[in-house]
Design a protein around this ligand. Structure first.
Ligand SMILES: NC(=O)N[C@@H](CC(=O)O)C(=O)O
Ligand SMILES: [Zn+2]
Ligand SMILES: [Zn+2]
Length: 428
């Protein structure tokens, strides 16, 4: 199987031709011709390495009515991803080698992206006893990212033990930074607006206090820490400080925290309820600047599908979380590329290279050069379209971008040389 891509702008640079053969990029250059190859006209399209998501909720096993490994994989491929990390807060929880192997196998069977299971830190996400981290690392799923996401590993002694274990496994703890004692009854960002709307406040300090604690622990233990969905300007300051001290801490920001603010809550539409909550304009600008600077390493979607009945209800009853996979790249184009904060190499770095490095995925986040795995996305930066939730591949409909016009369209995605998306449509 050989593919000849004609005239793609690698990382946004001058057009070149690219040949993919047997899952590998075999040549990059001008006026290439391969008589037997399938030819893809990439005129005007930008090529980036296949995107890697560190934070996806696929809901299988347990809530297949809202997403499966297959439907989530399709959404991911359509978003330009070639690998996604599937969070552990499923039912049963992914806290054993058996469950992570099952998710890994379902991903291989779907064959649209590499689904990399995240292992739970504690048994049942209960925050009491460590899960079998070593067995999950040694399993066929080769788990390297461990997280109780959805919950915070709140006990500092347990967090310390988890860091010690993952250090020995070359793994990382991905922390959902939320001090639970400070978010009892929380519904939205704490501030003047929460007071006026009469909704319980989720203070920035609940996130920042855990990040401060955890960077100190990670530094003390000499282990890797990753901070999920950073949402406040204050968190960025703590991360910058920790980095300057040599702490091995990495961090991600979601597309929705780069674009939306708590002003969205004014209409009480639960599609905008998410954890951590949408923050202020000042936070959004600090997060964009931190991603540009590299203090925040990666964009991660926190794609969180929910059933209609869990979203079309009273605000306080609704579950937190929003879809992200299919619009992530478009939101990054709008919030980072168009304002000149990030160039295309920067997008590749924050959405592919660094997340692959954090997750220890050797076959992803590689340069677009000969000899490298043929994982890539071709996008049309000029295309603009209005988001229609009914048209999404996800099994759920809780997109916060419904009705918004966003730039950039994923046209083709390749996983090890095989097309998973062609002309904006999933191949299966
Ligand atoms: N982000 C959310 O609001 N919800 C996530 C859990 C999480 O990421 O904390 C979910 O699983 O629905
Ligand atoms: Zn979380
Ligand atoms: Zn999450």
């Amino acid at each position: 199987m050989t593919t000849l891509i004609k005239g793609a702008r690698l990382y946004g640079e001058d057009p070149v031709d690219v040949v993919l053969k047997d899952g590998v990029i075999t040549s990059v250059g001008e006026h290439l011709s391969v008589p037997t190859a399938e030819v893809i006209d990439a005129d005007g399209l930008i090529a980036l390495p296949g995107l890697v998501d560190l934070h996806t909720h696929l809901r299988e096993p347990g809530r297949e009515d809202t997403e499966t490994v297959e439907t989530g994989s399709r959404a991911a491929a359509l978003g330009g991803f070639t690998a996604v990390h599937a969070m552990a807060n499923t039912d049963p929880v992914a806290d054993t080698a058996g469950v992570v192997e099952q998710v890994w196998r379902l991903g291989q069977e779907a064959g649209l992206v590499d689904v990399i299971p995240v292992g739970a830190v504690t048994v049942g996400l209960a925050g009491e006893r460590l899960a079998e981290l070593g067995a999950m690392a040694d399993s066929a799923a080769r788990v390297r990212v461990f997280s109780d996401d959805g919950r915070c590993v709140a006990d500092p002694a347990l967090m310390r033990r988890a860091l010690e274990y993952v250090k020995a496994l070359d793994g990382v703890v991905a922390q959902h930074a939320e001090e639970p004692r400070l978010t009892v009854g929380a519904q939205m960002n704490e501030g003047d607006r929460s007071a006026r709307l009469g909704l319980g406040g989720w203070p920035a300090a609940a996130e920042e206090s855990i990040i401060a604690r955890d960077v100190l622990l990670a530094g003390h233990v000499g282990a890797r820490l990753h901070v999920c969905h950073v949402s406040t300007a204050g968190s960025v300051e703590i991360l910058r400080w920790a980095r300057s001290r040599g702490v091995q801490v990495t961090a991600e920001v979601t597309p929705h925290h780069l674009l939306l603010t708590d002003e969205c809550v004014e209409g009480y539409d639960p599609v905008f309820k998410v954890n951590p909550p949408l923050r202020t304009d000042e936070d959004v600008h600090a997060l964009r600047a931190a991603l540009a600077e590299g203090v925040i390493d990666a964009v991660a979607t926190d794609h969180a599908p929910h059933a209609v009945e869990d979203k079309e209800c009273e605000w306080a009853m609704a579950r937190p979380g929003m879809l992200g996979l299919e619009q992530a790249l478009s939101v990054v184009v709008q919030t980072m590329v168009e304002p000149g904060l990030l160039d295309w190499r920067g997008v590749a770095d924050r959405m592919s290279v660094r997340p692959a490095a954090i997750g220890r995925l050797p076959g992803h986040g590689r340069p677009l050069s000969p000899g490298e795995p043929a994982n890539l996305v071709l996008l049309d930066p000029a295309a603009r379209s209005v988001v229609d939730p009914a048209a999404l591949a996800s099994r759920s409909r809780n997109s916060p971008y419904a009705g918004r016009e966003l730039p950039g369209r994923v046209v083709h995605t390749f996983l090890r040389g095989a097309q998973t998306v062609t002309d904006g449509k999933a191949v299966k």
